[in-house]
Design a protein around this ligand. Structure first.
Ligand SMILES: *Cc1c(COP(=O)(O)O)cnc(C)c1O
Length: 366
């Protein structure tokens, strides 16, 4: 029988705060592949999978939260949605605003957005405001704008964002048959780690501080356990590791270049209640992990996503990975969004050959 994935709200409507007749704005997000990563399994002694969130409609996990945030906006009078963004939130907000028939305004740190993400916001018709400041400045401005004008805020401080994002944890459990032992993911504004934790808890029949709508405890549990949550920040943007905000966050991984995460408290709850941890990795480790996943697993991810892989490898080197554990790493965004970073430092000088098969064979050392 013909079946098409319906997007996360319809697929998981029982566990989301929407009624059966509520309007749903979807581009078919979710249903992303959980890919075994033998190259990571052999390096860590665990059974490692990557949840490839770059397969979402705009190329990052942000679409899961945008379908729920923008569907909710249709219940308000707002005609404009606004967000601060390190790039992927604006790409997603702009696309879902189009699908909803709304306008979008995106507040970006000038010069700190990967070209692919900026292109997305532009082609989807967003109104762009570039701020001479960092993401944290942009979020402050977006919050103040939405407090004072008829504009709906769709950053992850909007609780509907986390509701949609928690569905990724449901999908992992649905694919594996139970929760993994450990879940590793990059941490920037800290919404995603909080959302996954909520999803895992709800599937195990528990609630978290972020839970809303129908209580998870009314539904039969799907998972028998919850994983440890391992969060990974960039070295120069690691407020949760340091225990205080970072005034001038710096990292090549622009998606996690955030000094004062909005979901700070929820992320600490996820870390502590799951008996996990949040660590940090250097830009070099991030870029090496990105290259490794591309060359040895076959999945091209953006630098922010590679923090999870780098964090797992660092933990393995420190002997912190339990032998045989089932581990899922979320890789949050598509490598095609930021090809400049992926190619920097590589030899791109490809000299053309004459147009014959022999010359091609010679060039290939065949
Ligand atoms: C937004 C984003 C992150 C960070 O997620 P938070 O919920 O802000 O912690 C990581 N990677 C990518 C690719 C992102 O777009």
């Amino acid at each position: 029988m013909a079946h098409q994935w319906q997007g996360v709200i319809r697929e998981y409507h029982e566990r989301l705060p929407f009624g059966a007749d509520d309007p749903v704005v979807t581009l078919g997000e979710g249903g992303t592949p959980l890919v075994p990563a033998p190259a990571l399994s052999s390096r860590t002694g665990a059974k490692v999978y990557v949840k490839v969130e770059g397969m979402n409609p705009t190329g990052s996990f942000k679409d899961r939260g945008m379908t729920s945030a923008i569907s909710q906006v249709l219940h308000s009078d707002a005609k404009i949605v606004a967000c601060a963004s390190t790039g992927n939130t604006s790409a997603s907000a702009a696309a879902y605003a189009v699908a909803a028939g709304l306008s979008s305004a995106v507040i970006l740190p000038a010069g700190k957005i990967a070209a692919g993400k900026l292109a997305q916001a532009i082609v989807h018709g967003a109104n762009l405001v570039a701020v001479d400041g960092n993401f944290d400045d942009c979020l402050r401005i977006a919050r103040e704008l939405t407090a004072n004008y008829p504009v709906a805020l769709v950053n992850s401080v909007n609780p509907y964002r986390l509701q949609g994002q928690k569905t990724a944890a449901f999908e992992v459990v649905d694919a594996l048959g139970d929760a993994p032992d450990i879940h590793v993911l990059p941490v920037g504004n800290a919404g995603n780690i909080s959302a996954y934790w909520m999803g895992y808890c709800e599937y195990a029949g528990r609630t978290t501080a972020a839970s809303m709508g129908r209580s998870a405890t009314e539904l039969a549990p799907v998972a028998s356990k919850v994983p440890q949550m391992w969060g990974v920040q960039a070295w120069g943007a690691a407020p949760l590791v340091l225990g205080h905000p970072v005034e001038k966050p710096e990292t090549v991984a622009t998606a996690i270049r955030i000094g004062n995460p909005a979901s700070w408290k929820l992320a600490e709850e996820a870390r502590d209640d799951s008996q996990g941890w949040i660590d940090r990795v250097t830009d070099e480790e991030i870029l090496a992990a990105q290259a490794l996943l591309a060359a040895q697993v076959g999945v091209f991810i953006e630098p922010g996503s590679a923090a999870s892989i780098a964090g797992l490898l660092k933990a393995a080197e420190a002997g912190k990975v339990p032998e045989g554990a089932t581990i899922v790493c979320t890789v949050t965004g598509n490598g095609l969004k930021d090809t400049a970073t992926a190619l920097s430092g590589r030899d791109l000088d490809i000299t053309p050959i004459e147009a014959t098969t022999e010359a091609a064979a010679r060039a290939l050392d065949l």
